[in-house]
Design a protein around this ligand. Structure first.
Ligand SMILES: N[C@@H](Cc1ccccc1)C(=O)O
Length: 498
């Protein structure tokens, strides 16, 4: 606001009886809203001004009216489209005239500007007069220039044709109030002991309380979107009777991350280009020895109906420590436990949602660490049909009903399927996960009964979170560039439970 505006208003009112804020705005060449704002702050100082509301009605052009002012009325345009001599069929005229041709045609007929010559076949629209005056355009021009005195019936007609509209403006008529002054005294905000003891408080003016003011927002912690989405996934798994696996070990041995999963030691994923290996401590030494021997055998010689890979399996390779590349390492540990627990195998449903690490090239959707959501079911005689049915059930709880599956390859599952879902918001099919039946070469060495099958699937937590929160770049979700406001203001996540 102009710093002097309040005093300029007061000084103006001193010399006149009454003045309308709209006239003041014109006079001072400032926006009317600013004058009203200044009036409000004057009123906060007491009864300096009396302000009575006034309403002003004025005519203004609609968008269509503005178009008529620029190009001419619909009837004049139609007249212009009728060739002077030979005429035109009505259909052609309508096609040439576009959206407003119909109104224009009937008005031009009513004015007697054009006629339909029915003696020709087909009948032709022809000009009836040589010259027209576009009254509508001229009258609208008068309205636009602000000095219109249109006959009431024309105003009514133009309003009906949606060329004109009435605009109501509210203003205030100002006159001097009981406490009128030309300057504003600063309002006190605090009552001090000095004011009380000296009696000064009696002469001072105090700012009134603003009971509508909002309090300062209390500081508190905020959950990151990934954590909110994780809560939802966890809820879904719990509803489906799954129990959570302990995933609190980011560092894993190659044995559990790869060998136990029948991933050959020459597999490119086991390269430092794809996996972060650990230097301190570089190796693990404690493994269930008999199981380790069976893993070695199945890789090098085969067994359980498999030929194996036929290579020289090395303990040193299995001992190498790394940052786990998938939570399936934890699933392997859990399945081994399940096979060897007291009382023997019992059917189980497990899930996990936690961090994994890959030596990735970073881009808009990939970071070197991300979260995996994983589900595992072990039971007698499970089939691919059970996997597909479970996936439908799982994704239905996420609000996703359309799924498609594409054959894929994982060293530890056969068959393997990539999971695609139709995303109605993005209007396309997107890849959401990977799944399969764990191979006998993985399960049998663990000691699971031969008739037990294990179905499993995995997906990233980041992908659904980015879709849900409308984030396009992973760096806007994770890392030093994250806008904390996004975290603070982000709504809680609800995955449209069905
Ligand atoms: N571990 C797989 C996901 C997966 C889990 C379970 C079964 C099949 C696939 C991955 O890293 O993508």
């Amino acid at each position: 606001m102009h710093p002097d505006l309040t005093e300029r208003i007061l000084q103006y009112v001193e010399s006149v009886d009454k003045v309308d804020t709209l006239d003041l705005a014109k006079q001072f060449e400032v926006d009317h809203q600013k004058v009203v704002g200044a009036l409000k702050s004057i009123q906060a100082h007491g009864d300096l001004l009396q302000a009575e509301t006034a309403t002003h009605k004025a005519l203004a052009l609609t968008d269509e009216g503005a178009a008529v002012l620029e190009h001419g009325s619909h009837e004049a345009l139609v007249y212009g489209l009728v060739p002077a001599e030979e005429g035109i069929t009505q259909a052609e005229l309508m096609a040439a005239g576009g959206a407003n041709a119909k109104v224009g045609f009937s008005k031009a007929m009513a004015h007697g500007w054009i006629l339909v010559d029915k003696s020709c076949t087909p009948p032709l629209v022809k000009r009836k007069v040589n010259k027209i005056v576009d009254n509508v355009k001229e009258q609208l021009a008068q309205v636009a220039s602000g000095k219109a005195q249109l006959p009431a019936k024309d105003v009514a007609d133009y309003k009906k044709r949606k060329l004109l509209q009435e605009i109501t403006t509210k203003s205030f008529v100002l006159s001097k109030g009981a406490e009128f002054a030309t300057t504003l005294t600063k309002l006190e905000t605090d009552l001090t002991m000095d004011m009380l003891s000296s009696g000064l408080w009696e002469q001072l003016k105090f700012k009134s309380y603003n009971f509508d003011a909002l309090g300062a927002p209390p500081t508190r912690g905020h959950l990151h979107p990934l954590l909110k989405v994780r809560t939802e996934f966890r809820q879904i798994f719990l509803e489906m009777g799954f129990s959570e696996m302990p995933t609190n070990n980011y560092v894993e041995s190659s044995f559990w991350n790869f060998d136990a999963l029948f991933q050959p030691q020459q597999h490119p994923a086991r390269d430092a280009h794809d996996t972060f290996f650990i230097n301190h401590p570089a190796q693990s030494f404690k493994f269930p020895q008999e199981y380790l021997q069976r893993v070695k055998t199945v890789h090098s010689k085969g067994g359980y109906g498999s030929m194996g890979y036929g290579y020289d399996w090395k303990l040193a390779e299995a001992q190498k420590n790394l940052l786990r590349t998938h939570t399936t390492a934890v699933s392997a540990r859990m399945l081994f436990k399940l096979a060897n627990q007291e009382g023997g195998f019992k059917p189980a449903k497990y899930f996990s949602i936690d961090k994994v690490f890959r030596n990735e090239t970073l881009d808009a959707t990939h970071l070197a660490e991300f979260h995996q959501v994983e589900g595992v079911i072990a039971d007698v005689g499970l089939t691919l049909g059970d996997l597909i049915g479970t996936l439908y059930e799982f994704f239905r709880k996420l609000g996703i009903t359309q799924l498609e599956f594409k054959p894929a390859y994982n060293p530890y599952t056969e068959p393997s399927m990539e999971i695609f879902c139709y995303h109605p918001g993005l209007a396309k099919w997107i890849e959401v996960g990977n799944s399969g039946l764990f191979r006998p070469e993985m399960l049998q060495p663990m000691g699971l009964p031969p008739n037990v099958n294990v179905i499993a699937w995995g997906l990233s937590l980041e992908r659904p979170t980015m879709i849900k929160y409308g984030i396009n770049n992973i760096r806007d979700l994770v890392g030093p560039k994250v806008d904390l406001k996004m975290v603070e203001d982000g709504p809680i996540c609800r995955l449209d439970h069905v």
